[in-house]
Ligand binder design. Structure first.
Ligand code: MG
Length: 332
């Protein structure tokens, strides 16, 4: 029987404005917060289930319930190694994994940086997302966050996409641009979109089509970096997609936790792929646990908390295109 206590609950964080991508618009970030405590310390974790992967808040709460029962009855207890070995990757597993990391670090009085022997950066940059709602909204957001190094433009696979790209490029001729199509480009249009990327100097095209069309990417010769997101959740997926993509977007919710995400990043880097540290619509807890991935990533997409009306206490602060490193009171 484990001496650790686990509790979890769903929480809703309203967004300042609705956030639109190819799959629809959201008005809030729906997350589950997990706390794991011993007699002296408490660790916190978070996950953000995504309907794209068939995940819901109630489904992940059920998984947490089942995992908790299995762990409480097991002689292995709440061991990270055990959890990652016996439960499939899911947002629920990610939230437990992240909470266990936090608890372990607090017990050891160590930071995630010293434990992983990585120099703690003063700040880390993040790209800023321009959603797929309208060019007016995009330009408004772009002007607020003009100091960021990269804009990530969300595409939704209709005629407004290229119009928005042209206008954004016109207004910001020197800005580094990334397009995230969220699978919305039809296979018959992929060459046309690649041409636009080259013409308007788009550095990265993220997940242009649905994963079943990945093989069509083999025929494409382009200087635009092709990055997998929906096509790659696990270590096994990296093996499958490395011949089609130059980069992979690593997210803790997809990987099923920080433990697996660290292994995925090592694997991708060893194959010569670039990595992006991404996130779902989450709070500063989700970002805090990803910052160690971000520190080694070529691209950092950690802007989700900026779109919340109200974030966690002791939140990560964003300023001039950078975010500060999470305080250990928040996580780690
Ligand atoms: Mg993406």
């Amino acid at each position: 029987m484990s001496s650790l206590k686990i509790s979890f609950k769903s929480e809703s964080y309203s967004l300042k404005d609705s956030f639109t991508i190819s799959r629809g618009a959201k008005k809030s970030a729906e997350v589950i917060t997990v706390r794991i405590s011993d007699h002296n310390h408490s660790g916190i974790g978070e996950c953000a289930p995504n309907l794209r992967y068939g995940q819901t808040i109630s489904g992940e709460l059920n998984k947490l319930q089942a995992m908790t029962q299995a762990l409480e009855n097991s002689s292995n207890g709440f061991e990270r190694v055990f959890i990652n070995k016996f439960f499939s990757p899911s947002p629920a597993r990610s939230a437990i994994d992240i909470a266990l990391w936090d608890l372990e670090l607090k017990k050891m009085r160590e930071s995630i940086w010293s434990l992983n022997k990585i120099k703690k950066p003063d700040v880390l940059p993040t790209m800023i997302t321009l959603d797929a709602s309208s060019i007016e909204n995009n330009l408004k957001t772009a002007r607020i966050y003009i100091d960021c190094k990269i804009f990530k433009i969300k595409f939704k696979g209709d005629s407004t996409d290229i119009d928005r790209l042209v206008k954004i490029r016109e207004q910001f001729p020197k800005k580094r641009l990334l397009i995230d199509a969220n699978e919305s480009i039809s296979p018959s249009k992929i060459s046309e979109y690649i041409n636009y990327c080259e013409r308007f100097n788009v550095e990265v095209l993220e997940q242009p089509m649905r994963p079943e069309f990945d093989n069509l990417l083999s025929a494409i010769k382009t200087k635009t970096i092709l990055c997998a997101d929906e096509s790659c959740s696990s270590l096994k997926d990296i093996e499958a997609i490395e011949k089609y993509y130059d980069a992979v977007n690593i997210k803790l919710d997809k990987a099923g936790g920080l433990t697996e995400a660290l292994i995925m990043q090592e694997s991708a880097i060893s194959k010569g792929m670039k990595t992006m540290s991404g996130c779902m619509l989450c709070t500063s807890i989700g970002i805090a646990a990803s910052q160690i991935i971000a520190a080694k990533a070529d691209y950092i997409d950690h802007d989700a908390p900026l779109f919340l009306e109200q974030d966690r206490r002791n939140k990560i602060d964003y300023s001039k295109g950078n975010m500060n490193i999470a305080n250990s009171v928040l996580w780690g």
